[in-house]
Ligand binder design. Structure first.
Ligand code: Q0Z
Length: 287
């Protein structure tokens, strides 16, 4: 009888198990968070959509940088991964000014040491994507840091390799998504080192939970953009007068259905694969 996998970590909406010394099992739930709070209502198939998208990008970017994906399980929501020694920074790439990038720019004219042109608006497209790492905060929010701060935590060669790989993978995915009507405004990667000391892309990659996906057809700089996936849920949360602290509100059936449809639409637009075909055979995203 094989041992039950040992639980080694919980994210807001994901779970991590150890399969053995070399392998982890990453399981994506159907939980959704809005305004940083996990809601009591699940979005059916959200975990499958995110797992399938992540695997799709891993399969298409492994020649840019190797990744931790070993196998996609039949359930479509769990992946077997190589266990890595994770880097101490979150590798964020921004192609557009949003979130903490916009906040930092407004107050300092810079983001993580990148001096940006004056006169940019919220959600403006940057002339070139920028690498804007952050620290991994155990509680609260990650803190944006510049290269010098990051070099207090890691070797410059490793930092530079992570920056170059992050920019290259973002550029590839951003171009790919743009051609399918989705703007990837920014994204967060997590890298690690394999036992041979090689840089490997880990965690999830280029999902709507690790990125800002915006519908390209309504994009207009000068204010916040609607989220491709979470906007119905956010709008509903705004209408019920919730104070954005735990616990969040239950979502009504029509909001759940609308939100699920947006996740499935993002999956189908980006992968070109019918979601039902993914459920029948998850490895369809790897071919
Ligand atoms: C990922 C996380 C989650 C909680 C550790 N290949 C890897 N090797 C070593 N560590 C990790 C990975 Cl992906 C690793 N996280 C993030 C994910 C639940 C935390 F599903 N933490």
């Amino acid at each position: 009888m094989p041992e039950a996998a040992e639980h080694v970590g919980s994210g807001k909406v994901r779970e991590l198990f150890a399969l053995d010394d070399e392998r982890l099992l990453l399981v994506a739930s159907d939980r959704i968070s809005t305004f940083d709070v996990v809601l009591p209502t699940e979005i059916p198939d959200k975990g499958r959509v995110l797992t399938g998208l992540s695997a799709f990008w891993f399969a298409r970017t492994h020649e840019i940088v190797p990744n931790h994906l070993l196998a996609l399980r039949e359930d479509g929501r769990s992946t077997e991964c190589r266990r890595l020694e994770m880097l101490p920074i979150e590798c964020v790439v921004r192609g557009y000014l949003s979130g903490s990038g916009w906040k930092d720019y407004r107050t300092t004219g810079t983001v993580c040491g990148h001096v940006l042109p004056s006169g940019l608006a919220e959600s403006s497209k940057l002339s070139e994507p920028v690498f804007t790492p952050s620290t991994k905060a155990m509680t609260g929010h990650d803190e944006n840091i510049d290269r010098d701060r990051a070099l207090e935590l890691m070797e410059p060669e490793l930092y530079d390799a992570a920056e170059q790989a992050s920019l290259a993978v973002y550029q590839f995915a951003s171009d790919y998504a743009n051609a399918r009507g989705i703007i990837i405004a920014d994204t967060k990667f997590e890298f690690g080192l394999d036992p041979e000391g090689r840089l490997v892309l880990g965690d999830e990659a280029l999902t709507p939970d690790s990125s800002r996906f915006w519908p390209a057809d309504v994009y207009a700089a000068g204010g916040p953009q609607p989220s491709f996936d979470k906007q119905f849920a956010r709008d509903y949360c705004e209408t019920v007068g919730w104070d954005k602290t735990y616990p969040g509100p239950e979502l009504p059936d029509e909001i759940v259905a609308g939100t699920r449809a947006r996740y499935v639409e993002a999956f189908e637009r980006l992968t070109g694969i019918a979601f039902d075909d993914y459920v029948a055979d998850p490895e369809a995203v790897l071919r």
